[in-house]
Design a protein. Sequence first.
Length: 135
Amino acid sequence: MATPAFEEIAETFDFLEDWEERYRHVIELGKAMPAMDPALQVPATKVEGCASQVWIMPRIGGGVFDFQGDSDALIVRGLVAILHALYSGVPVGQVGAVDAPAELRRLGLEEHLSAQRSNGLRAMVERIRLLAANA
């Protein structure tokens, strides 16, 4: 049920030979993501449970889920970009049905992220699901 944007990331990960290359790719994804307006980086958009500062602001229109996100850490910003690829364009009512852990396992992230980063990634997924459920 992954979006074409996420499938593209998964294909790139399959092509990259080692985790260092994948890690650099995650950072590049974060750098390529449009910056979030600092005025939106407020307590109401902050994701709790992340070691780094992370903000997610939903943008829902026409029944389709989208969000802006940002982080003060490059690797986490890349993780936000991956989640954006996974969820952006999904009908709001189907966001909760996306099996994020399974999709993210395809990238091998859980094997290479610290426990804190993994917890933060789970917190971001839960925040996205909550935002969609309350839309």
